[in-house]
Design a protein around this ligand. Sequence first.
Ligand SMILES: O=C(O)CCC(=O)C(=O)O
Length: 348
Amino acid sequence: MDLLSLRVKIEVRRREPETPLQEFRALRYILQFFITGSAMALGFFLLIFLVLGSSIQAMSVDDLPGWMGEINSKKTEAEILSQKAQIIDPTRIIQLAWKPRAFLYKGFLSDKECEHLKQLARNKLEKSMVADNESGKGVLSDIRTSSGMFIDKGHDEVVRRIENRMATWTFLPEENGEALQVLKYEHGEKYEPHYDFFQDNYNIQMGGHRIATVLMYLSNVTKGGETIFPNAPDYRVKDDTWSECAKRGLSVKPIQGDALLFFSLTTEAKTDTSSLHGSCPVVAGEKWSATKWIHVDSFDKQRKAGGCEDENVSCAEWAAMGECEKNPSYMVGSENNPGACRASCRVC
Ligand SMILES: O=C(O)CCC(=O)C(=O)O
C-alpha cells in the first residue's frame, strides 16, 4: 500500500460516523460539565450571600450610617435612647376637642417608664393638697382626696427623657414646667372639677399662668377614675365600661402609657373656662397618674419682686419699638408679678 492510499484510508476512518454509544458519552460529558459548573457557581453565590447576610444581621442600624436616615453612627446607648425620646409619632395623637384644646397621645410612655415613675413615688406619697385661692398656699381639702408626691425636674435619666419628650410634643420649653407630680387614687378617691390656671396672686409670680397640662396615666383602672371636662360636650354613647361620673361631659379613660394634653389658656392667652376638669372617683382598682403643669414663662427662673433687671437681651430693642406701652403685662408687669423688661421700660 502506498502512502497516499494509506492516508486516504485513515481520513475515511476518521470520518466514519460515531456510534450511538460514543454520542451518548459525549453528551454525558457536556451535561456533567454544565451541571458541575452550575452547582459550583450556585454554591459560591450561596456562600457570599450567607457571609454578607450574617454580618448585616450582626450590625445594628447604627453600624450602617444613613441606613435609616440617621446622621452619626457612633452613639452611646443613652444618646440613642434620648434621640428616640424626641420622636413624636403624630399617628398616635387623637385630637379630642378644640374647647378646650385637648389631645390624647396613645402610648406616650412605655410600661417600663410607668413602672419607674411609680417606683420613685411609692414610699413618698402624702395626702394631696390644693392651692388656697386667697393665699395660694397648699391646704388639705375634700376636693382632692388622692395621695401624691413631686419628682424633681431632671431627677434621673428616665425623668429627663420623659420631660424632654413632653417639651417636644407640646412645643413648650422644659424650663416652663413644674416638677412632675405623681398621684395615686384608691377606691372612691377623686379630684373635683377645677381649673389649672391660677386664681391667686401668689402662684402666678412664678412663670405666670399655667398654660397647659400633660396628664400621663401610669396604670389601667378597672372602673372609674376617668378624667372629665364637664364643660365640654361629648357626643359618644357611653356604655357600662364608663362610670356614672364620666357621663357628664368630655371624658378620657385612664389607660396605662397614654398622655392627655390640654390647654388652660385660649390661643388669645385668656383663661379658658372650658378647661374645667377633674378625676372621677375610682370605682374598682387603683389609679396612678403623673401631671406636668406648664407655665407661660420659665418656672425655673424666679423673679425678684422689685428687682431692676432686664431678663431678655432684646428688651432695649423692644422698648424702643414701644412694647412697654403695647405689651405692658409682659414688659412692665405689676408689683407682685414684675415684667421682663423693667429696666428698659424705666419703671425701676
Ligand atoms: O388625674 C386626673 O385625671 C386629673 C388630675 C388633675 O386634674 C390635675 O392633676 O390637675
